[in-house]
Ligand binder design. Structure first.
Ligand code: HEM
Ligand SMILES: N=C(N)c1ccsc1
Length: 287
């Protein structure tokens, strides 16, 4: 059922943001100098993407990613890097819940990679191991448009929100050892842009079977797209949205911010007094 967030504690969440942001800035060598931003965004997404609106189960509230059943979900392979990154932050701020920390990590990463401001509310409360949702709720990358539409409908999202959210694939890369896909970087793996959409439309894509026997799309610049990425230009309704976001990064930023905030808050009711935080970036604080 829907969870009710606890009333906001008298805590300095900007301080937690700054600790995460400083660590992202300092530890820049991770994953061939992509840094921890993208994998932190993926942890926030995967810890929220277990939501199912049909029975109000899953979602970020209980911080259940910390339990091995969810951590070992094959869909979550590679996210241990984000979990290990956040461990010292959790030790420094033991009062923050796991669910708040995993989602705040993604918000901090998006903003520090020059993405849009993401409003964020506190109040998630750790839940016990017996509340871990079943594996298999996160999307399979080998599928087409109707699969993507159904999966994001289960998460409570329409076409516009779905296409905006998948725009996060401008960040980071795919790794053979995690998903069986190998993605040399997109043009800006640690800067949040609308490149994913521009790339989808403008590059010449070839469907290959990679060294792991997995089908993926490659272009001559050494970028890759998943089958579910390519579905966004094959489906006429999705394609209209890809074209809109490729043309206007501000519209993409606006829609991504709303959809990402909604994703991180699915299945949670927040007390009115828990106002959304709009965190300042390190640059905005001259830190
Ligand atoms: C149809 C939906 C989606 C599918 C099938 C999908 C699948 C994948 C796969 C297979 C990878 C590569 C993982 C690896 O090998 O390390 C990946 C990476 C990534 N995904 Fe998605 N994803 C989807 C939606 C999203 C959404 C909604 C977000 C965030 C809002 C997101 C953010 C990311 C990020 C940031 C990475 C890079 C991680 C890294 O560099 O370590 N994805 N995704
Ligand atoms: N399409 C991409 N470049 C991608 C997919 C998952 S992470 C990056």
């Amino acid at each position: 059922g829907v969870h009710v967030a606890e009333k906001e504690a008298k805590r300095d969440y900007q301080e937690v943001y700054n600790a995460i942001a400083t660590k992202i800035r300092d530890e820049d060598e991770y994953d061939n100098y992509i840094g921890y931003g993208p994998v932190l965004v993926r942890l926030a997404w995967h810890s929220s993407g277990t939501f199912d609106r049909n029975d109000n189960s899953g979602g970020s509230f209980g911080g259940t990613y910390r339990f091995k059943k969810e951590m070992n979900d094959p869909s979550n392979k590679g996210l241990q890097n984000a979990f290990d990154f956040l461990r010292p932050i959790h030790e420094q701020f033991p009062w923050i819940s796991s669910g708040d920390l995993y989602t705040l990590g993604g918000v901090t990463a998006v903003q520090e990679m020059m993405g849009p401001k993401i409003p964020w509310r506190s109040g998630r409360v750790d839940q016990p191991e017996n509340t871990v949702p079943d594996n298999g709720r996160l999307p399979d990358a080998s599928q087409g448009a109707s699969y993507v539409r159904n999966l994001f409908d289960r998460l409570g999202f329409g076409d516009r929100e779905t296409v905006a959210l998948i725009g996060a694939h401008a960040l980071g890369k795919t790794h053979y050892e995690n998903s069986g896909y190998e993605g040399p970087w997109g043009p800006s793996p640690n800067v949040f842009t609308n490149d994913f959409f521009v790339n989808l439309l403008n590059a010449h894509w070839t469907l290959n079977t990679n060294k792991k026997g997995v089908k993926q799309w490659d272009n001559d610049q050494g970028h890759m797209m998943l089958p579910t990425d390519m579905a966004l230009v094959k489906d006429p309704k999705y394609r209209k949205l890809v074209e809109e976001y490729a043309k206007d990064q501000d519209v993409f930023f606006r829609d991504f911010s709303k959809a990402f905030a909604k994703l991180l808050e699915n299945n949670i009711k927040f007390p009115d007094q828990n106002k959304p935080h709009y965190f300042k970036t390190l640059d905005e604080q001259d830190l």
